[in-house]
Design a protein around this ligand. Structure first.
Ligand code: BGC
Length: 429
């Protein structure tokens, strides 16, 4: 018999989304522009009207509530709020006020992300994250939103996945502006870390109440490909870029390697109340030529993988949560999920990953939420719509919302505040 795995009272169960991936019509950002060039999105799709969530948010939140959720993470589209530098669009601010009202009405606690991959075109034209103006502009945007949305927002998440931004846009060249220039990547990494501190402080100074604020770090679990000193060293520098640079940077208020030499920055030290953690997979690293002198070894063909090609590796999730204990901040799982056409695999994935969350809590990590990526299938960036991450499908021309079996597995757990005995028996050895 499986045994029920109980979560602490008040645990948050919900899903996460990002404006560009679900709203539709985000015409003023760099992703939209890049999609129109053609050839940049693997499956040839463009975001278009996405899930039309911009118009259907109330219906979506009602369904999420019916499916047992008590919280929801979404992002504000900066390019709607500030379509031209320094011009605020009050109508779009009102839109997000309605979104927040709807969440509260349906009993879903809002987690609001301020930056989730998209930049207004005017900001991208100035060099985006590589521009020395970036921290000032992000600080101003964060302050504006904190003032405007006020106490409707209990949780602010400043920047989604800081390490992905330079890596995807300026190292791998798979997100716009699709460059491969390590120097630019390091400029961006520095400005993003500075912005994390500045945004935190701007929210704190402008919100009329005392919201809870934090970054969203997507930790990958890094392992060396072998026991050789070379591979271990390569794994360590990858880990430093991906994990340590951000976490230690905020804890200590420094810009460490690879973007700095450990110089202190005013206002950065301790600029977090919580740590948002996204987790998808592990990274096995070997020494090689080229950028940073390393390469990522693809997962073995016989390992369990997603349609993204990512290895399913729940143990790494546990190890990452355990590592976060040293920072002494509550941990909120802000994303975890799988791209797959096999919803049975998703059911098993979500139960197995929640077992790791439970194990981490048992071992003293203060984890307070599990927000699954994602509610509906949506626009998966450079991969397009071909990748399915949702608990809910969007079917036909009218994008009819159809919950998948995994949505009911999730409901069972959310309502019981536990991995139930039945699910443990079915999915856990
Ligand atoms: C991002 C999401 C993305 C998901 C799956 C995360 O890196 O925050 O926007 O859809 O992973 O790739």
């Amino acid at each position: 018999m499986g045994e029920a795995l109980k979560f602490p009272d008040g645990f948050y169960w919900g899903t996460a989304t990002a404006s560009h991936q679900v709203e539709g019509g985000c015409r003023n950002n760099q992703w939209w522009a890049w999609e129109q060039e053609g050839g940049n999105i693997k499956d040839g799709t463009t975001s278009g009207i996405a899930c039309d969530h911009y118009n259907r948010f109330d219906e979506d939140f009602a369904l999420q509530r019916e499916l047992g959720h008590n919280s929801h993470r979404f992002s504000i589209e900066w390019s709607r709020i500030e379509p031209e530098e320094g011009r605020w669009d009050g109508k779009e601010v009102d839109h997000y006020k309605r979104v927040l009202e709807s969440l509260h009405k349906h009993g879903l606690t809002p987690f609001v992300t301020l930056h989730h991959f998209t930049n207004p075109i005017w900001f991208e034209d100035q060099g985006g994250w590589t521009s020395p103006k970036a921290p000032d502009l992000l600080e101003r945007f964060a302050g504006h939103m904190a003032k405007e949305l006020g106490d409707a927002v209990p949780f602010w998440l400043t920047i989604n996945e800081p390490p992905v931004l330079p890596a995807a846009s300026y190292i791998a060249g798979v997100h716009p502006p699709a460059k491969r220039d390590f120097r630019l990547a390091m400029k961006a990494a520095k400005n993003i870390l500075l912005s994390l501190g500045r945004m935190h402080n701007a929210i704190r100074a402008n919100a009329p109440h005392k919201p809870i604020i934090g970054p969203v770090i997507n930790m990958t679990y890094v392992m060396p490909a072998s026991d050789s000193d070379d591979d271990k060293e390569a794994a360590q520098s990858f880990d430093q870029y991906w994990n340590g640079y951000w976490l230690d940077g905020i804890r200590d208020g420094i810009i460490g390697p690879p973007a700095g030499d450990g110089e202190s920055v005013d206002g950065l030290k301790g600029a977090w109340d919580i740590i948002g953690l996204n987790y998808y997979s592990r990274s096995v690293i070997a020494k090689a030529g080229g950028v940073m002198g390393l390469r990522q070894i693809p997962p073995p063909m016989d390992s369990e993988r997603s349609t993204m090609g990512w290895e399913v590796y729940p143990e790494g999730f546990y190890q990452n949560m355990l590592r976060l204990k040293q920072y002494g901040k509550p941990v909120y799982i802000t994303e975890n999920g799988i791209g797959t056409d096999d919803d049975g695999q998703r059911c098993s994935y979500v139960v197995r990953h929640l077992r790791e969350v439970h194990r981490a809590i048992q071992n003293g990590v203060d984890v307070r939420s599990y927000l699954h990526w994602s509610s509906t299938d949506n626009f998966e960036w450079a991969e397009g719509y071909r990748q399915k991450f949702g608990l809910i499908a969007t079917e036909g021309d009218d994008l009819k919302r159809v919950p998948k079996p995994s949505a009911y597995v999730f409901k069972e757990m959310a309502e019981a505040n536990a991995v139930t005995e039945g699910l443990a028996e079915q999915y856990l050895e």
